[in-house]
Design a binder for this molecule. Structure first.
Ligand SMILES: Nc1nc2c(ncn2[C@@H]2O[C@H](COP(=O)(O)OP(=O)(O)OP(=O)(O)O)[C@@H](O)[C@H]2O)c(=O)[nH]1
Ligand SMILES: [Mg+2]
Length: 319
C-alpha cells in the first residue's frame, strides 16, 4: 500500500522549495499516484515563472556536460536550477541515467540545484503527459530555470524538446554536420544551436555549415527568431557564457513576441490531449470484458452496422 498523501501540506512545503517535498512530488508523478489530479490542481496557481530550456542532440554529443556547465554558470548568477534528464526509451525508474547523475556530482550538495532522471515509457498518458507534470512540480517549487535533457534525437525527443520555452540543439564536429541536422528534423526545433567539443578539429566548418542552413530556413520566415549558432567546449567551459547569453536572448524575444505563450499553450494542449485520450481508451474498455467496443465490433462483423455509425454510437454512449 502506498503511503497516503497529505496534498495541501506537501504542496505547501514543495512550493516553499523544500528539496525533500519536491522529490516526493516528482516520485508521485513517476508512480502515477491517484492523488495526481489533486496535486496538479494545487500546483497550477504557483506555475508560469520558470524558464523551461530543452537540450537535445545525438548520444554522446555532450548534453550532460553542457547541462552541468550551464548549472554552474546559472548558479553563479544566483539562479535556482532544476535538471530533468528524460530517457524516453526505458521504463519509469528513479535510477535511470546513473551516468548523468555521476557527471552532475558537482552540484549534488547545492540546495539551489535539483537533479532528477526520469524515464517515462509505459506511464499513464505517456511521455507527453509525464514530462510536463514533472516540469510543473519544478516550476511551482520556484526554480528559475528548468533544464530538460532528452536522450537522442528521435521523434519523442523532438516532441519534448519542441515543447520547451527555449530549445537547444547540440552537435559536435564530425558527428552532426548541418546535413545530418536537417535530416533529423532538428533545424526546425533549435532556437540555439551549440557546436560542442569545439576543442576538436572541424568545429568551425560545422558552425559555418549550420549558420548557412539556418540562414536558408530563415529566408522563409523573415519575422521569426533567427536561431543562434554558438561554439562551445562544455568540458572546459569555453563558450558557456555565450550559450547562456543566447538562451537569455531567446527568452526575452519569446516573451516580447508572444511566442512564449504560444509554446506554453501548445505544451498544455499536448498534455491535456494525452490525458483525455488515455481516459477515453480506458472507457472504451477491452474486448475480453464484453465492453461496448466488443459489442460494436460484433455488430460490424455480423453486417448489422457500419464502422462509422458504430464509432459514433460508441462515443455517444461513453459520454
Ligand atoms: N573533447 C571534448 N569532449 C567532451 C566535451 N563535452 C563533453 N565531452 C565528452 O563527451 C562524452 C559524452 O559527454 P556527455 O555529456 O555524457 O554526452 P551526452 O550527450 O549527455 O551523452 P548521452 O546522455 O549518453 O546521450 C564524455 O566523455 C565527455 O567528457 C567537450 O567540450 N570536448
Ligand atoms: Mg547525457
Amino acid at each position: 500500500m502506498a503511503r497516503p498523501v497529505d496534498v495541501p501540506a506537501l504542496v505547501e512545503s514543495a512550493t516553499a522549495g523544500t528539496p525533500r517535498s519536491v522529490a516526493r512530488l516528482v516520485s508521485l508523478v513517476e508512480d502515477g499516484n491517484p492523488a495526481l489530479p489533486q496535486i496538479m490542481a494545487a500546483l497550477v496557481p504557483h506555475t508560469g515563472r520558470a524558464h523551461v530550456v530543452g537540450l537535445t542532440g545525438a548520444p554522446g554529443v555532450g548534453k550532460s556536460t553542457t547541462t552541468n556547465a550551464l548549472v554552474g554558470a546559472l548558479r553563479a548568477q544566483g539562479k535556482r536550477v532544476a535538471v530533468l534528464a528524460v530517457d524516453p526509451s526505458s521504463p519509469f525508474s528513479g535510477g535511470a541515467l546513473l551516468g548523468d547523475r555521476i557527471r552532475m556530482q558537482d552540484h549534488t550538495t547545492d540546495p539551489g540545484v535539483f537533479i532528477r532522471s526520469v524515464a517515462s515509457r509505459g506511464h499513464l498518458g505517456g511521455l507527453s503527459a509525464a514530462t510536463p507534470q514533472v516540469v510543473r512540480v519544478l516550476d511551482a517549487a520556484g526554480f528559475d530555470v528548468v533544464l530538460v535533457e532528452t536522450v537522442g534525437v528521435g521523434q519523442s525527443e523532438v516532441e519534448v524538446a519542441g515543447a520547451a520555452d527555449t530549445t537547444l540543439v547540440l552537435l559536435a564536429p564530425g558527428m552532426g554536420d548541418g546535413i545530418q541536422a536537417a535530416k533529423a528534423g532538428i533545424l526546425e526545433i533549435g532556437d540555439v544551436f551549440v557546436v560542442n567539443k569545439a576543442d576538436r578539429a572541424d568545429a568551425d566548418a560545422t558552425v559555418r555549415d549550420l549558420r548557412h542552413m539556418v540562414g536558408l530556413a530563415d529566408r522563409r520566415a523573415p519575422n521569426l527568431w533567427r536561431p543562434v549558432v554558438v561554439k562551445a567546449s562544455a568540458a572546459t567551459g569555453a563558450g558557456i557564457e555565450e550559450v547562456l547569453a543566447a538562451i537569455a536572448k531567446h527568452h526575452d524575444w519569446a516573451r516580447s513576441s508572444g511566442e512564449l505563450r504560444v509554446r506554453r499553450i501548445r505544451r498544455a494542449a499536448a498534455e491535456v490531449e494525452a490525458l483525455a485520450l488515455t481516459r477515453l481508451r480506458a472507457r472504451l474498455g477491452d474486448l475480453r470484458a464484453g465492453s461496448a467496443l466488443g459489442e460494436a465490433a460484433v455488430a460490424v462483423v455480423d453486417g448489422r452496422q457500419d464502422p462509422f455509425t458504430a464509432a459514433d454510437r460508441l462515443l455517444a454512449a461513453i459520454r
